[in-house]
Design a binder for this molecule. Structure first.
Ligand SMILES: Nc1ncnc2c1ncn2[C@@H]1O[C@H](COP(=O)(O)OP(=O)(O)O)[C@@H](O)[C@H]1O
Ligand SMILES: [Mg+2]
Length: 309
């Protein structure tokens, strides 16, 4: 991280009974960064972010946001920080326009609510009840509400969960726009690909701890993993003939999907053809953040599954 720290978390810890939900987490976020906390459901991301926002009190550790203490200086910070609401925190019988007006009234320096809705593609939903919105519209409304006070730092928690691929992409663009306008963004996600594409730096969180923290490309490079040749099988395969090719370290099989770690695409194709193996969807895959997570934790449950808290 270069330059001024907008968020400083130092030694954060939070227990729920016997569970160390956050177990000594430290990180800093620089001004203008998109910083991500990524990890499986239950890793402790939300608890960490809520401690940083001042919504939960950590058992130990220190936090500053924009140089302020989120507990002691809550009032001053509220004006300068944007927090994405959880679905449950809006009344059912409220209209979109009313929600925006209500939230704007909380702040001294509110943005123009109608302009904000229009920018988020919600201009024609102002008279609709929040409960009538689609998942994607609701997520965008929550972003609008988080931006209503023109915040310097915005916290977004699992912003794209429940969205279709198109909605996710649109949301990523929106996050980039928020940053381009000068805000610092702190987000959480259990999607490794999202963190990899969107974040300048990511903290990989597992069991309440940060197990790696850096730019996604740096983490992937440091892993030193080779590219893979992947294909789907139509029929049988003698994996041994692939296993002895130059550079091949491992051949994995999951159902009809075969993953050849290392080796060249040409050598794999030639071997398959020489052996008369029928295959589809042949491609190479570069190592990614998911591989980093797997290598560090030995488990794979960062993939989409379940409902994040
Ligand atoms: N209010 C709570 N009471 C008890 N346990 C909780 C509470 N909130 C979260 N937890 C537990 O703490 C752990 C971390 O949760 P959370 O911070 O929500 O993780 P994440 O956001 O990474 O999914 C989980 O095991 C979760 O069940
Ligand atoms: Mg969460």
């Amino acid at each position: 991280m270069n330059g001024e720290a907008v968020v400083v978390a130092d030694g954060l810890a939070k227990r729920y009974g016997d569970l160390a939900a956050v177990d000594g987490i430290s990180f800093q976020v620089g001004r203008g960064e998109i910083f991500g906390m990524v990890g499986p459901n239950g890793a402790g991301k939300t608890t960490t972010v809520e401690c940083v926002e001042g919504l939960r009190r950590p058992d130990a550790g220190r936090v500053t946001v924009l140089g302020l203490d989120p507990w002691r200086d809550a009032q001053a910070l509220r004006e300068r920080m944007g927090v994405q609401l959880q679905t449950a925190s809006l009344p059912q019988r409220i209209k979109v326009g009313e929600a925006v007006g209500l939230f704007a009234s909380f702040y001294r320096q509110a943005a123009d609510g109608n302009a904000l809705l229009a920018r988020l593609g919600l201009g024609n939903t102002r008279k609709a009840y929040v409960s009538q919105l689609s998942g994607g519209q609701r997520q965008r409304l929550f972003v609008a509400l988080a931006l209503i006070n023109r915040p310097e730092v915005v916290f977004l928690d699992e912003l794209t969960t429940g969205l279709d691929p198109q909605g996710r992409r649109a949301t990523w663009d929106l996050v980039r726009e928020i940053r381009a306008e000068g805000a610092t963004v702190v987000l959480t996600t259990h999607f490794m690909d999202e963190a990899e594409r969107l974040c300048d730096r990511v903290a990989i969180v597992d069991h309440g701890r940060i197990i790696a923290l850096d730019a996604p490309a740096t983490l992937v490079r440091r892993l030193g993993a080779e590219a893979r040749v992947v294909f789907d099988l139509d029929g049988d395969l003698n994996a041994a003939t692939l296993g002895v090719l130059d550079g091949v370290r491992r051949v994995e099989r999951e159902g009809e999907r075969v993953v050849v770690c290392g080796g060249s695409l040409a050598a794999v194709v030639n071997t398959l053809e020489a052996d008369g193996v029928r295959f589809r969807n042949l491609r190479t895959e570069q190592p990614n953040l998911e591989d980093v997570f797997l290598a560090l934790t030995g488990h794979r449950d960062a993939r989409e599954s379940g409902n994040p808290l």
